[in-house]
Design a protein around this ligand. Structure first.
Ligand SMILES: C[S@@+](CC[C@H](N)C(=O)[O-])C[C@H]1O[C@@H](n2cnc3c(N)ncnc32)[C@H](O)[C@@H]1O
Length: 860
C-alpha cells in the first residue's frame, strides 16, 4: 500500500508558522481576519455541511469555470506559494472599502479576483463564487446542459442486463421525483424505442438499454439537450468512454443470478460513513473530445480527499473550516436573541476574537496518520472495468455512481483491512451468488466490515500499529432473501475457508477472531442494529494458534484498549475508529469537565462506555445512556472486566429518558422560578418551593430515598428503558438514606459529556439539559460541527418569559438550515438560564479526510 507521503505535494514555503493548540483570539497572524456579513447567517447561505457537498460543488466548478491565471500565481512560481495563500477573503479589505494595512503582501485575497481555491479545491464559503456554487447545488444542478457524463459510473447498470455497453445509455438531469413509470411515459411521448428503461425516485439519472445502434442514435438525436422542467437532458454513457478505453482487455461484467425483488424506494449508498467525495488531482486523467481533462475519480480521492496535502496543512485546513462553523454559532445566537433581552457577554466579547463564540484552542493531531482506521466498511460492487470488487464506491448513488475501487491507495486504511478486502474480492470472483446490485436492489453479497482490536502496550502502537493488532472481526453483509439455504450455507463455508486460508498464508499470519454474517434486506447498506447476525465457525489453521473459532454470535467480540482499560466491542457497537486519537479526545473531555469525587457524570450516547469508564476513577458516579443494546451490554461487561463499580448504564434513546434521569438523579424540582414545583420520584409527586438564590446543596431531597450515595461503590448496573422500577430499586439499594446524605451533598458537581451521532442531540434531550438548573457544565463532543453549532444555539441563546409555540402547520422548516431550525426552536425554549460557550478544541481522529472531532465546553 502506498504511504501517504507518496502522493504528498512538495513542502511549500510556510508564510506563517502553524501554531497548534494556541488560542485563536483576535487577529493574530495565524488567524483568518475574515469577518462574516450578516447575510451569511441566512439559512440559504449555508455552507456545505460535509465533504460530499463540497465535492459536488467542486466538481461542478471544474466543469463550468475556465479561470484566467490568478494574478498572484503568475507573479510567483507556484511552488513558492503557501497552500493557503489568498484562499480566504480579507475582511479588513472588504470592510474598509478596499484597503488593508498589509497591502499586497496580505496573505488574504483582496477581492474575488484574487481569491484562489483552497488546497481541497473548495472556495472561501463567504465568497460569491462559493455562494453561487451553493445556489446551483440547491437548484438541483440546474445547469444540466453543462454537466458532463464523467459523473456517471453506474457499473451496476452494465452488470444488470446489457451485454453491449454501447447499447446502454443514461439520461442525466431527469426530475428527481420521477420513477421508472414516469420515465417510460416520457419516452413513449417522445416516440423513443428502447429495450428497458429504469429510474428511481431521488436520482437525477435514468438508465436505458437499446436493441440496436439505430435506436441509440435516434434517442440521442431526440433527447440530448431536450428541456425537461428547468433542465436540459443529457444522454451519456453509463461508464464514460475514457474508462472503457482502459478496459478493452478486461472481461465484461459478470452476468449475475438475480432474484428479482420489487424496488421500493431509493437511497444513497455511502461506502464509508465519514467519507467525503472530491475529485482530486492524482490519477487517471484523460483528454476529453472537447479538449478538457477528465479528472477520473479514484477511491483515494473519494475517501481521503486531503491526502495530497502535508499533514500540517490538513490540520490548518480543518482549523479554518471549524472557525467558520463556530462563527455561525455567534451569528445565529445573536440573531435568535429575543428583542428586549440583552445580548449575553459571550456574544458581546466575540468581536474581540474575530466573531468566534469562544476561543478555538487548536487541533490536536492524531498520533497516527496512516492506516489508523480500526474499522473499515468495504462496499461490494463492480469496478469500472466490470470486475467484482471490494472497496470504496467512487461517488454517490443518487448521481449515478456505483463503481467500486480497491482500497489499496487509501492511506487511512490499514494493511490488514486491505488484505482482507483482497481475500474477499478473490473469493467473489468464483462465488456462485451474485453481488448486490444497487440499481435493482437484488443480489446477495453487499459489504465487508473489517474491525481490528489491539493488545495492550503503548510504545509499539504508534511506531508499528499493525504489530499491536491482535484480534480481527469480519462482518459480511448479505441479503439472503430468496436464496436457497443449502446454497447459502455452502457459500458461507467456502468463504470462511477463504478467509482462514488467506489469513494464515499471510506473513506474519493475520489475526482472525470472529466472522459474522449480517443479513440485511434494506436498500442502503446501513443496517439497523437489530439486523440478524450469525456467527460462522472459523476453521483452525494447522500451524496457527492465532485463529480462534466461535460459532456463538454472543461471543463474536474483539477487544481494544483505551487509557489502559480493556474494551469489549461487539459487531454492531460503536467504537471510535482511531483508538489512539480517541484516547486524547476522552482525556481532553475529562480535563474540561472539571471532575472530582463529588461529580455525577452523565455520559450521554455512551456506546460501549468508553468515556464514562475511562473517567470513572475521577468521579463519584457515572450514568451512561445508550440506545444500542449490544453496546450497553459491552459497557456493562467493560465495567466488570476493569473492576469499575460506580457506573450505571441505561439502555434507551436519550430523548426518552434524559428528563426523568435528570430528575431522578438530581432530585430537583423541575423549574427554577418561585412557583411550586413538581418532581416525580417513585411515581409519587412531590411539591417543593425553590428560590433561585438557594444554593444547590441546600435544596431539599423530597424523599431521601433517591439520594445517590453509592454504598461501597458497588453501583454498576444496566437498565433498559422498560425497567425504570428496577432502576429505582437499584438506586434505593445503592444509596444510603439512613445516613442522611442527599444527592446534592454527595454530588455537588453535575456534568454531562455528550457524544451524539452526526445528526446531533434530539431536541428533547437539549431541552432537558438546558432546563435542568442542576446541570452547570456540559462538554459537547461532535464529529459534525454543523450539528454541534445547531445544538449549541439552542443551549446558549437567552430565552424569554413567554415562549412562542411552534406552528405545526409550518412546513418551512423543511428548507431551513440546521442553524436556522435551531434558532426557530430556541424561541420556544422554556425560560431557563442559557449556557455559555467557554472554549473549544478539536482532535483529529480522521487524518486525510475533512473531518475531525470538535469539543466544546459549555457552562452556566
Ligand atoms: C458518536 S457515538 C459515541 C459513542 C461513545 N461515546 C464512544 O465514544 O465510543 C454515538 C453513540 O450514540 C448512540 N446513539 C445514537 N442515537 C442515540 C439516541 N437517540 N439515544 C442514545 N444513544 C444514541 C449510538 O448508538 C452510538 O453508540
Amino acid at each position: 500500500m502506498a504511504s501517504s507521503s507518496d502522493n504528498q505535494v512538495p513542502a511549500t514555503e510556510t508564510l506563517n508558522p502553524y501554531v497548534l493548540k494556541t488560542p485563536m483570539n483576535g487577529h493574530d497572524s495565524t488567524e483568518s481576519p475574515h469577518q462574516t456579513t450578516p447575510q451569511e447567517a441566512e439559512p440559504g447561505n449555508k455552507e456545505p455541511s460535509d465533504a460530499q457537498s463540497t465535492d459536488n460543488i467542486e466538481s461542478r466548478e471544474k466543469r463550468k469555470r475556465v479561470d484566467p491565471p490568478e494574478p498572484s500565481e503568475s507573479a510567483e512560481p507556484k511552488s513558492s506559494l503557501h497552500p493557503l495563500w489568498k484562499t480566504s477573503l480579507c475582511s479588513y479589505f472588504r470592510r474598509s472599502d478596499g484597503s488593508c494595512s498589509h497591502g499586497e503582501g496580505c496573505r488574504y485575497a483582496h477581492g474575488e479576483e484574487e481569491l484562489r481555491p483552497r488546497p481541497d479545491n473548495s472556495w472561501d464559503p463567504t465568497s460569491e463564487r462559493a455562494k453561487k456554487l451553493l445556489k446551483s447545488e440547491d437548484g438541483d444542478k440546474s445547469e444540466g446542459s453543462n454537466s458532463r457524463d464523467d459523473d456517471v459510473l453506474m457499473t451496476d447498470a452494465l452488470a444488470d442486463d446489457s451485454s453491449d455497453s454501447a447499447l446502454a445509455k443514461c439520461l442525466v438531469n431527469l426530475p428527481m421525483r420521477w420513477n421508472a413509470d414516469n420515465l417510460r411515459s416520457f419516452l413513449a411521448e417522445q416516440g423513443i424505442l428502447y429495450k428497458s428503461a429504469k429510474k428511481k425516485k431521488g436520482m437525477i439519472i435514468g438508465f436505458l438499454n437499446f436493441e440496436s445502434a439505430e435506436q441509440v442514435k435516434r434517442a440521442m438525436e431526440e433527447l440530448d439537450g431536450k428541456s425537461v422542467g428547468n433542465k436540459n437532458l443529457k444522454v451519456a454513457d453509463v461508464v464514460p468512454r475514457s474508462f472503457e478505453k482502459k478496459t478493452l482487455a478486461m472481461p465484461p461484467p459478470q452476468s449475475t443470478q438475480q432474484t428479482v425483488k420489487p424496488a421500493s424506494a431509493s437511497d444513497s449508498v455511502v461506502s464509508m460513513s465519514s467519507n467525503g467525495i472530491e475529485d482530486g488531482d492524482t490519477m487517471n486523467d484523460s483528454l476529453m473530445p472537447d479538449g478538457s481533462v477528465l479528472k477520473a475519480r479514484s477511491a483515494r480521492d473519494v475517501v481521503t480527499p486531503l491526502a495530497h496535502m502535508p499533514y500540517a496543512d490538513q490540520l490548518e485546513h480543518k482549523k479554518n473550516s471549524l472557525m467558520q462553523s463556530l462563527k455561525r454559532l455567534t451569528r445565529n445566537a445573536r440573531k435568535a436573541c429575543p428583542t428586549g433581552v440583552s445580548l449575553p457577554e459571550w456574544i458581546l466579547k466575540s468581536r474581540e476574537i474575530g466573531g468566534l463564540p469562544c476561543k478555538l484552542e487548536g487541533v490536536i493531531e492524531s498520533p497516527i496518520v496512516n492506516g489508523y482506521r480500526n474499522k473499515c466498511e468495504f462496499s461490494v460492487g463492480y469496478s469500472v472495468q466490470g470486475k467484482p470488487t471490494v472497496g470504496f464506491m467512487l461517488g454517490n448513488f443518487r448521481e449515478g455512481v456505483t463503481a467500486v475501487e480497491e482500497p489499496v491507495d487509501c492511506p487511512n486504511v490499514s494493511r490488514i483491512a486491505c488484505k482482507y478486502a483482497a481475500i474477499f474480492q478473490e473469493f467473489l470472483q468464483h462465488s456462485g451468488l451474485p453481488i448486490w446490485n444497487r440499481l435493482n436492489n437484488t443480489g446477495f453479497w453487499r459489504q465487508l466490515t473489517v474491525r481490528e482490536g489491539r493488545a495492550p502496550g503503548e510504545a509499539a502502537e504508534v511506531e508499528n500499529l499493525e504489530a499491536s493488532v491482535s484480534e480481527v472481526m469480519l462482518m459480511v453483509q448479505v441479503c439472503s432473501a430468496g436464496f436457497d439455504d443449502g446454497i447459502v450455507n455452502s457459500e458461507f463455508e467456502k468463504m470462511t475457508q477463504s478467509f482462514a486460508m488467506g489469513a494464515s498464508s499471510d506473513s506474519p499470519c493475520l489475526p482472525l477472531t470472529a466472522l459474522v454474517v449480517q443479513d440485511h434486506k434494506g436498500i442502503s447498506n446501513a443496517a439497523p442494529a437489530d439486523a440478524p447476525l450469525r456467527s460462522l465457525p472459523i476453521p483452525k489453521a494447522e500451524s496457527d494458534s492465532g485463529l480462534e473459532a466461535t460459532n456463538n454470535v454472543m461471543e463474536a467480540r474483539i477487544h481494544d484498549y483505551i487509557s489502559n482499560l480493556q474494551f469489549r466491542i461487539s459487531p454492531t457497537a460503536f467504537f471510535q475508529v482511531n483508538t489512539l486519537a480517541a484516547e486524547k479526545l476522552y482525556s481532553l473531555a475529562g480535563d474540561w469537565a472539571g471532575l472530582g469525587p463529588d461529580t455525577l457524570l452523565f455520559d450521554i450516547c455512551c456506546g460501549t462506555g468508553t468515556i464514562g469508564l475511562t473517567l470513572a476513577h475521577r468521579v463519584g458516579m457515572v450514568v451512561g445512556i445508550e440506545m444500542n443494546a449490544s453496546a450497553v451490554s459491552d459497557a456493562l461487561r467493560n465495567a466488570e472486566i476493569n473492576g469499575i463499580e460506580n457506573c450505571i448504564f441505561v439502555c434507551a434513546k436519550a430523548e426518552d429518558v434524559m428528563g426523568s434521569l435528570l430528575k431522578e438523579y438530581l432530585n430537583l424540582p423541575k423549574k427554577q422560578d418561585e412557583n411550586p414545583n413538581v418532581s416525580e420520584s417513585n411515581g409519587e409527586k412531590i411539591s417543593t418551593v425553590v428560590d433561585e438564590e438557594t444554593p444547590m446543596e441546600n435544596l431539599p431531597d423530597p424523599e431521601g430515598s433517591t439520594s445517590l450515595e453509592i454504598e461501597n461503590g458497588k453501583g454498576t448496573s444496566a437498565h433498559s428503558k422498560n425497567d425504570n422500577q428496577e432502576l429505582q430499586s437499584h438506586l434505593q439499594k445503592s444509596c444510603s438514606p439512613e445516613n442522611g446524605t442527599n444527592s446534592m451533598q454527595q454530588f455537588k458537581n453535575v456534568v454531562a459529556i455528550v457524544d451524539p451521532p452526526r445528526v446531533g442531540l434530539h431536541p428533547t434531550v437539549i431541552k432537558a439539559l438546558r432546563t435542568h438548573p442542576g446541570l452547570r457544565r456540559l462538554v459537547y463532543i461532535s464529529c459534525n460541527p454543523e450539528s454541534l453549532v445547531a445544538n449549541a444555539i439552542e443551549l446558549c441563546t437567552p430565552s424569554v418569559d413567554k415562549t412562542e409555540k411552534g406552528n405545526k402547520n409550518n412546513r418551512g422548516w423543511r428548507n431551513m438550515s440546521s442553524a436556522g431550525l435551531a434558532r426557530h426552536r430556541a424561541k420556544s425554549m422554556p425560560n431557563s438560564e442559557p449556557f455559555q460557550p467557554i472554549k473549544a478544541m478539536a482532535v483529529d481522529l480522521f487524518p486525510h479526510t475533512p473531518h475531525c472531532e470538535l469539543v466544546m465546553l459549555l457552562e452556566r
